[in-house]
Design a protein around this ligand. Structure first.
Ligand SMILES: [Fe+2]
Ligand SMILES: [Fe+2]
Length: 191
């Protein structure tokens, strides 16, 4: 794991993404701790967390081009708001530059911003860890509610967060986010 940490550090520092490196480590370490409660292989949450934002090397205004070159087919919501493409570019970088081939880890990286309809517990753990250890200063405004929901279950926590952002400052609603929301609502028997 130290080897992976060091190569991510080199990769991100070379591009001047120092804050992203620290954020990735925070999310990976937290996802690992959280994952111990829910996953048979919590180290996978650590690997996914460490790599989830490595696409920060590409600024928003390059993400459409980069995705096209990588063969990622984009949704119209991603064209409108390229920030959300970064989760899918991170998956490609994890696979191509860091040789991560485990599909469950790649999935957690790929949907860490939006979640997706067919989410796994690993996807949920990394998604929630990224929201709790967010990449901005101070505590997120939804933190107390999210932690409370997390005491009930991973799905409750994910639902709480998505419901919160849908009622606040969401820029565009990515189809995966909306599908995850409906699925969670269904599974939790909310109406
Ligand atoms: Fe991210
Ligand atoms: Fe992140």
């Amino acid at each position: 794991m130290n080897y992976l940490q060091n190569s991510i550090k080199r990769f991100l520092f070379d591009q001047g993404c120092i804050e992203t490196y620290h954020h990735c480590m925070d999310v990976g370490n937290y996802a690992y701790e959280l994952g111990k409660n829910f996953l048979a292989e919590p180290y996978k949450a650590k690997v996914a967390g460490y790599l989830h934002d490595v696409s920060a090397i590409y600024p928003n205004d390059q993400r459409i081009d980069v995705a096209n070159k990588m063969g990622i087919e984009l949704y119209k919501e991603e064209l409108e708001f390229p920030m959300i493409i970064h989760q899918r570019i991170s998956r490609k970088i994890a696979l191509n530059e860091f040789n991560v081939t485990d599909l469950t880890i790649l999935s957690a990286i790929e949907c860490h911003t939006t979640l997706k309809e067919e989410y796994s517990d690993l996807d949920l753990v990394v998604f929630i860890a990224d929201k709790i250890k967010w990449d901005r200063k101070g505590d997120p405004p939804y933190l107390a509610g999210l932690v409370k929901a997390l005491n009930i279950s991973l799905e409750n926590a994910a639902y709480y967060y998505i419901d919160y952002i849908l009622n606040h400052d969401i820029k565009v609603i990515h189809p995966w986010l909306w599908q995850a929301y409906l699925k969670l609502r269904d599974n939790l028997k909310f109406t």
